[in-house]
Ligand binder design. Structure first.
Ligand SMILES: Cc1cn([C@H]2C[C@H](O)[C@@H](COP(=O)(O)OP(=O)(O)O[C@H]3O[C@@H](C)[C@H](O)[C@@H](O)[C@H]3O)O2)c(=O)[nH]c1=O
Length: 358
């Protein structure tokens, strides 16, 4: 099939990150993808080599729109250009129009997944926009997981990768990756890591600034310095496949947003998730819903400790402890990842969805 994916970069890297992964996954399965972006700057480091089967095009508003493909993805409610919608209506067989939504574990996702968008039911034009919700349960659209991911993860040589990255790994060092928004628990994390051998790998941007504020020294890309028994290494912005390997190489991943959360799940190591902060604390509900699924175990004590770590990392509690989280992780999350792996991935479901409704 031929796909048009539209993405507006609102903030951070999640919008383009998710759309790029989806585009690559579709192309890897033999589909042709045009990815329309209003700002492709992040792809310079996220995807420097591009991907065969994915054409990146500018969404500049004044375009002379080509004939739309078989499926049109409107990512995160970005509102398609009217000129393109008009071209869609002209097609003898109207394209499938999908609004790909944000990831959430909240209950409304199961209720809304697959529904038509009332505003866009235009029988005359034959155009119906449908909501497609990623999610963690079988009644949702699932999570992106491209074929071959788990095999690549299993064959990964972490010591060799850390050598190539620069700092290598010293005996007994535990590796922690840090990708976060401004975060009040970073000083507590740094204090804890400094007490035993750790290698902290710090992504550029907010995470490097937060570490810099706490230590009075910003980790620069490529530089390594010591804090107590820990080493702190600054990273450059990595291409997306290398970012995945960063998560595979770490014993603990501190991730944020949407795409890195999913990649941390597939990395299979303990992780803590920082949600994109919203002014009305809507992210607290989102976090509680996620914790309800992640820690849905009968081991209540382990679940409580896990919950405490996630709340503290998101500024809703104090007393963040990475060690406590790692200790309870296997008990608190038992069976969760296997359950997710047993579900079809998002692209498989999306292709099935548009084939059925087409
Ligand atoms: C640090 C780093 C990230 N990345 C990629 C991984 C991901 O695809 C992307 C980061 O996206 P996320 O993990 O989703 O986090 P984010 O914070 O950048 O994006 C967020 O922005 C908010 C506005 C949205 O509401 C959230 O849903 C979320 O998408 O950047 C690299 O490829 N290399 C890197 O070195």
């Amino acid at each position: 099939m031929r796909w048009d994916v539209f993405c507006r970069v609102i903030d951070n890297y999640g919008d383009v990150g998710v759309c790029w992964r989806l585009a690559c996954d579709l192309a890897g399965r033999g589909h042709a993808v045009r990815l329309w972006l209003d700002d492709a700057a992040a792809l310079a480091w996220m995807a420097p080599a591009g991907a065969s089967g994915v054409e990146v095009l500018p969404w500049d508003g004044a375009a002379d729109w080509p004939q739309p493909g078989d499926v049109v993805i409107e990512a995160f409610g970005c509102e398609l250009p009217q000129g393109f919608v008009a071209r869609m209506a002209e097609r003898p067989a109207p394209p499938q129009w999908i609004n790909l939504e944000y990831l959430s574990a909240e209950d409304y996702v199961e209720r809304c997944h697959g529904l038509p968008s009332p505003r866009y039911v235009e029988p005359g034009a034959g155009l119906i926009k449908r909501f497609f919700y990623p999610g963690f349960t079988p009644a949702t659209g699932g999570l992106l997981r491209e074929p071959g991911l788990l095999e690549a993860r299993a064959a990964f040589d972490r010591e060799a990768w850390l050598q190539r990255l620069g700092p290598g790994r010293r005996p007994r060092e535990r590796v922690v990756s840090l990708f976060c928004y401004p975060n009040p628990a970073v000083p507590a994390l740094l204090g804890e890591l400094a007490e035993s051998p750790h290698l902290l790998l710090v992504t550029p941007g907010h995470a490097a600034r937060a570490v810099g504020e706490a230590l009075g020294r910003v980790p620069q890309p490529g530089a390594v310095f010591e804090v107590g028994l820990a080493r702190v290494a600054g990273l450059p912005a990595l291409p997306q496949p290398e970012f995945d390997r960063l998560l595979w190489a770490s014993d603990l991943n501190l991730v944020r947003g949407e795409d890195s959360l999913v990649r941390a799940v597939w990395a299979g190591q303990p992780f803590v998730w920082q949600l994109y902060p919203q002014s009305d604390d809507a992210h607290r509900l989102k976090l509680e819903a996620f914790l309800g699924r992640l820690a849905g175990t009968s081991d209540h004590e382990a679940a409580r400790t896990l919950r405490q770590a996630f709340l503290a990392w998101n500024g809703f509690a104090t007393g963040f402890s990475a060690a406590a989280l790692q200790e309870v992780w296997p008990r608190a999350t038992a069976g969760w990842r296997d359950g997710l792996l047993a579900q079809d991935d998002l692209t498989t479901q999306l292709v099935r969805f548009v084939s059925r409704t087409g």
